[in-house]
Write a protein that binds this ligand. Structure first.
Ligand code: SAH
Length: 316
């Protein structure tokens, strides 16, 4: 008798990127055998198959943190009442960005890629995965104190401070104060320069000149070094902005999440996260509109601007 291959339900698989490792679902049995903290949430049927209660937020948290460790060597702590990211979906977004950078923007795998993640959450999941799996550099923004502290701790616990800057931002803005932050520019410029221009041994004066220019450049004006540089990866300070915004305009509206998940074929898992992670004045339309308006001012500094929406679509 042939061994049956474990497959993702067709409806869900339709939404999985071809390179998403979770097209083959993780083995809960293996996870339970390796991670004692995962075991309390498992039940076993008569055939020995392991089941997880997707309605229990603690079970979801254990699943995500154990998978992050098992599959990406990431040690992540998520505070009790905060959003627990679903890894297959988070990977989809990153892999889609990777495709766009390679095919639309013609980036090389050796280029220094700088991505801005707006609203990184307590887990800091996109930056951690992108830094560890894809070698990118990231600026992660967050308005919430608890999420900011947890995200910073997660970055530090994985020794990724060199790749990821976590910035606490004001909730009145989305990109303003981030894309024009002189310290961020300096760190990312030096990273790009170090790798792309490592044969230039007389670059100290040049760097000073560029930094003084960056500090005095209005947000909508291209920088001299970005305009004139022939090197593709030096052309833009930021290669990509990404965002998984708060989708809802009210607590009541969050109930619609279950419905849209069902339509997308996702397992109906318990919603996690506190209210201000999911709700923003005016909902996602107002948030994304503000992001588009602000990002327009920085179009010369950002190669591709994107966001996820509440229907699970990715938009550039
Ligand atoms: N990126 C994470 C979290 C998404 S939830 C994930 O995908 O799992 C949305 C996050 O955006 C919340 O953590 C919320 O605190 C944060 N947020 C809300 N308004 C923001 C703003 N103006 N700038 C940055 N972050 C914001």
């Amino acid at each position: 008798m042939s061994v049956k291959e474990k497959k993702v339900p067709p409806k869900l698989n339709k939404y999985m990127h071809a390179r998403n490792p979770y097209r083959t679902p993780p083995s809960f049995k293996k996870l339970a055998s390796v991670y004692p903290e995962f075991r309390p949430y498992c039940s076993y049927d008569v055939g020995g198959k392991v089941h997880l209660d997707f309605k229990d937020p603690k079970a979801l948290r254990a699943l995500t943190t154990c998978l992050l460790h098992q599959d990406f060597d990431l040690k992540v702590t998520i505070p009790d009442d905060r959003l627990v990211p679903t890894l297959p979906l988070r990977l989809n977004y990153l892999l889609w960005i990777e495709d766009l950078l390679m095919h639309a923007a013609h980036c090389e795998t050796s280029d220094v890629i700088v991505v801005v993640d707006i609203g990184t959450g307590a887990s800091c999941v996109y930056p951690l995965l992108a830094a560890r799996k894809l070698g990118w550099n990231l600026v992660a923004t967050e308005t919430d104190n608890i999420n900011f502290t947890a995200a910073t701790t997660n970055v530090n616990n994985n020794d990724l401070q060199d790749n990821i800057i976590v910035k606490k931002v004001d909730d009145k803005t989305v990109l303003q104060g981030v894309l024009d932050d002189a310290d961020i520019h300096k760190q990312m410029y030096l990273k790009k320069k170090e790798v792309n221009d490592n044969n230039d041994d007389d670059d100290d004066d040049d760097d000073d000149e560029v930094m003084s220019e960056l500090n005095n450049t209005p947000s909508d004006t291209p920088c001299k070094h970005t305009d004139g540089d022939d090197n593709k990866s030096m052309k833009y300070m930021f290669d990509f902005t990404m965002c998984n915004p708060p989708f809802f305009s009210s607590e009541e509206e969050t109930d619609s999440m279950k419905k849209s998940k069902k339509q997308r074929g996702e397992p109906i898992s318990s919603p996690t996260g506190c209210i201000h992670e999911k709700v923003t004045t005016g909902g996602e339309v107002t948030f994304i509109t503000q992001m588009v308006e602000e990002s327009h001012k920085f179009k010369s500094k950002v190669r591709i601007r994107s966001t996820r929406d509440g229907q699970g679509n990715y938009r550039t």
